[in-house]
Design a protein around this ligand. Structure first.
Ligand code: PMP
Length: 439
C-alpha cells in the first residue's frame, strides 16, 4: 500500500490554521526537533496493519502470531538500520527518555557516568539516580570536547564500570558532537559510551558499529513515526545482568507465590503488552529513510539550513545560539533570541499572525540554554525586552527546526515573518502563558 514514488513525503502538509489577523494559511510546521510529522509511507504501512493487530507474544490466534512476527521483524529492521553487532540487543521503549532511564536502571553497582552539562535533560538526569556522575563543562569546540573527556577519564578512579553519555546532535544548537572521537576516547580508557541520537538519527545515519558506540537511544516521533515508541540498542551484558526495568508479564519466565525467574534477552526489559504499532512504525520509517538515503536528505537540509541561517544573519536584532561557532557542522535546528523581544511573545506572534509553529523555552536543556543566553548557567539573560516586568524577562529562546517534507516556502515565510515582526512589532499583545493572544 506504500507509495514508492515518495518515500519521504510527510502527512499533514495540507493542514490550514486560522490567523488572528483574519483568514487562514497553510501551517508551517517548523518544530521537527520536538516532533516530526509522520511519513506518508509510515502512515500507509500502519493503516494497512491496523485491521490485523493482535496481542504480541501472548495469543495463539492467527492475528497474534502475525503481530508477534511483525514486532520481531521490526526489531530486526531496526537492528540492521543501526548497524548492530550480532550479539547486540534492540529494545523497544517509549522513547529516548525511557531508553536512557532503562540503561541507567541497568548500570552495574558503582558505575561512574561522565556527561557534558550541555545535554538534554533526558541524557543528563537519569544517571543521577543510580550512579556517581561527573559533569563535564560545556566544550567550545570538538577538540575541547574530546580533550575534556580524556582528562576527566584520566583523572577519575578506574576501579569500577564507567559510562560516557553523549548527544549526537544538540537539540538546542543543532551542532554535531564528535561522537566517533569521543567513543574512541572512552574506549581507550576502558569506559563504555551511550549515544543520545534523538536529534542525530532523523538527519544522519547512526551506526553502532560505524561510530563504535556501545548503545544508542532514539525516539520514533522525531524519526517520522508517530508517538509512543523509541529504541535502546546495544550491548546485552549489563542488561542481562540487571533487574528487569519493569516487573510484570513478559519479563517473568516462572513465578510462584514468593519467587520469580526473570526472562533473558529483550523480553527481560519489555514487560507488559508491547507497542507493536509503535515498533512497526519505527521500522517502516527506517525502511523509508534507507530507501530514500539519509545522505540525500541531509544534503537537501544543509542547503535549506544555509539559506535559513543567512536570512537570520541578515537581521541584526537576531542572535543565534551556538556552542562551537557559526561554521560548525549541524543538523537543521537553530535557536535564537531577538533583541528587545520576549521569546515566548515572539513565538506566539509567529503562530498567531503567520501560522508558523516553532518552539520557545529552554528546550529541556536548562544548563546549556541559560549559558548560551546569559553566559552563566544560572544567569537571567541580557536579551529580554528592556521594559519587561520582572518575571517576564527573556529567560527563553526560540527554536526553529525542520526536515523531510519542509518546503523552502515555509522557511522563507519564517524569515520574512521574523524580519517583519522586528521591524513593525506584533499586531497584537501576546500573553506568555501558553501563547494565547489578546487584542
Ligand atoms: N535527547 C534529545 C537530544 C532530545 O532532543 C530529546 C527530545 N527533545 C530527548 C532526548 C527526549 O526524547 P523523548 O521526549 O522522545 O523521550
Amino acid at each position: 500500500t506504500s507509495r514508492p514514488d515518495a518515500p519521504l513525503a510527510v502527512v499533514g502538509r495540507d493542514v490550514r490554521v486560522p490567523l488572528v489577523t483574519g483568514g487562514e494559511v497553510e501551517y508551517a510546521a517548523l518544530d521537527y526537533a520536538a516532533s516530526a510529522p509522520c511519513l506518508q509511507r509510515v502512515w500507509d504501512d500502519v493503516s494497512a496493519y491496523l485491521p490485523y493487530y493482535g496481542s504480541v507474544h501472548r495469543g495463539a490466534g492467527y492475528l497474534s502470531q502475525l503481530s508477534t512476527d511483525l514486532y520481531e521483524s521490526s526489531r530486526k529492521t531496526v537492528a540492521s538500520y543501526l548497524g548492530a553487532r550480532a550479539d547486540d540487543v534492540v529494545l523497544f521503549t517509549r522513547g529516548t527518555t525511557d531508553s536512557l532511564n532503562l540503561l541507567a536502571a541497568a548500570l552495574p553497582a558503582g558505575t561512574r557516568v561522565f556527561v557534558f552539562e550541555t545535554e538534554h535533560h533526558a541524557a543528563l538526569l537519569p544517571w543521577r539516580r543510580t550512579a556517581e556522575v561527573t559533569h563535564l563543562p560545556a566544550p567550545g569546540s570538538h577538540a575541547e570536547a574530546v580533550a575534556t573527556l580524556d582528562a576527566a577519564l584520566a583523572a577519575a578512579p578506574a576501579d569500577g564500570p564507567r559510562l560516557v553519555c553523549v548527544t549526537g546532535a544538540s537539540n538546542v544548537t543543532g551542532e554535531l558532537f564528535p561522537v566517533r572521537e569521543l567513543a574512541a576516547t572512552a574506549h581507550r580508557h576502558g569506559a563504555r559510551i551511550v549515544l543520545d541520537a534523538a536529534q542525530l538519527a532523523p538527519h544522519h545515519p547512526v551506526s553502532l558499529t560505524g561510530l563504535d558506540v556501545d548503545w544508542v537511544a532514539f525516539s520514533g516521533h522525531k524519526l517520522y513515526a508517530p508517538f509512543g515508541a523509541g529504541v535502546l540498542a546495544g550491548r546485552g551484558d549489563w542488561l542481562a545482568d540487571a533487574e528487569p526495568y519493569l516487573a510484570g508479564g513478559g519479563a517473568s519466565k516462572s513465578v510462584t507465590a514468593d519467587a520469580v525467574e526473570w526472562n533473558t534477552g529483550s523480553a527481560r526489559h519489555e514487560a507488559g503488552s508491547p507497542n507493536v504499532i509503535g515498533a512497526y512504525a519505527i521500522a517502516s520509517a527506517c525502511r523509508a529513510l534507507t530507501e530514500a538515503g539519509l545522505d540525500a536528505l541531509a544534503a537537501r537540509e544543509d542547503a535549506l539550513l544555509a539559506r535559513l541561517r543567512a536570512g537570520l544573519a541578515d537581521i541584526p536584532e537576531v542572535r543565534t545560539l551556538d556552542l562551537f561557532g557559526p561554521g560548525a557542522a549541524r543538523v537543521s535546528v537553530v535557536s535564537f533570541v531577538v533583541e528587545g523581544w520576549n521569546s515566548s511573545r515572539f513565538a506566539a506572534a509567529l503562530s498567531a499572525e503567520y501560522g508558523i509553529g516553532v518552539r520557545d523555552g529552554l528546550f529541556c536543556a536548562h544548563p546549556l540554554v541559560r549559558r548560551l543566553l546569559g553566559g552563566r548557567d544560572d544567569a537571567p539573560t541580557e536579551c529580554g525586552a528592556p521594559d519587561a516586568p520582572a518575571g517576564e524577562q527573556n529567560l527563553n529562546a526560540i527554536r526553529v527546526s525542520f526536515g523531510a517534507g519542509t518546503p523552502e516556502e515555509h522557511l522563507d515565510r519564517f524569515v520574512g515573518a521574523v524580519r517583519e515582526l522586528v521591524r513593525r512589532g506584533a499586531k497584537w499583545t501576546y500573553r506568555t502563558d501558553g501563547g494565547r493572544c489578546v487584542p
